[in-house]
Design a protein around this ligand. Sequence first.
Ligand SMILES: [Zn+2]
Ligand SMILES: [Zn+2]
Length: 342
Amino acid sequence: MEPFQVHFLGCGAAQPTTTHRPASQVINFRNKLFMIDCGEGTQIQFRKSHLKSSRLNQIFISHLHADHCIGLVGLLATQNLMQRTAQMHIYSPAGLERLMRPQLDFFCSPSSFEVVFHEFQTKTSSVIYEDRSLRVTTIPLKHRMPDCGFRFDELSISRHINPQMCAFYDVPRYWFDRLRSGEDYVTSTGDIIPVERLTSASRKARSYAYVSDTIYLPKIVPLISGVDVLYHESTFSDEFALRAKKVCHSTARQAGTIAKDAKVGLLALGHYSARHNNKEEVLLDEAREVFQDTILSWENSYIDIGKTPILNTFKSKQIETTPSQLLSVLDPPQSYTRSAEE
Ligand SMILES: [Zn+2]
Ligand SMILES: [Zn+2]
């Protein structure tokens, strides 16, 4: 099956720790890369992921808090050093281009490539990217500034040829690729043979939703309903539920509730407050009390959507989805002195 992987580059909240980096993920969809958020140091994390930056042409920024976009300048400056020529498309709420242009003019001039900014509105859900095989839709969120999550939907799935039926209808071989992509067969006399008669559906389309910083927001449930994997921010444990509400973040239990109500396949937690550093299993336990199929996202690991077991590491070790073994990482967690804010 063609890849649909979610690579976790940064799983911490705004306050960096020696364990967690600020928000960023890369989706490897059929070997095309799509970045979501780009906190400080993302380019280093990206390099550790062993993904090719030449395959990255689209970046989606959920909101303009520093921990979600301040890594862009470094990433783009390095692309310029590498003499990139392909356009880089960046999708974000209003304001990013005004912020970035002076920095790009200063650090990336002359530039070997063009950066194209696309602003999206954050009040209602809309399609912001679509090609033949993938659609990206926004998920409006409620935070301390305009903010959206993103839903990724696989569109075209190759169908299985039924050789007996194709022989029966005398379908020439050169037509098989069109059948696989879902076209009906038109005979030399103009009769239409429905593709369903000549092929069978191979599998269900895969989907992923990224819910960035947000207060607990049940109204997003219909927008993420039934996705295979949901990433939902889970900055705090129950103990800090009041603070979560005050600063427009969610608890792990609230993330679990959203996952349960949306009937998703798997929930990945992330955006951990520095106060939970090296105690992330508290978040996991609280989310699992509501929604059992929950994991902790972790830097330098990835999820392979549509494969079992769903969790793998860069070392291709097969991991059981139990808390202690959840994710094996290249950089083991280090000791750290916690700080106060998110
Ligand atoms: Zn954040
Ligand atoms: Zn934020």
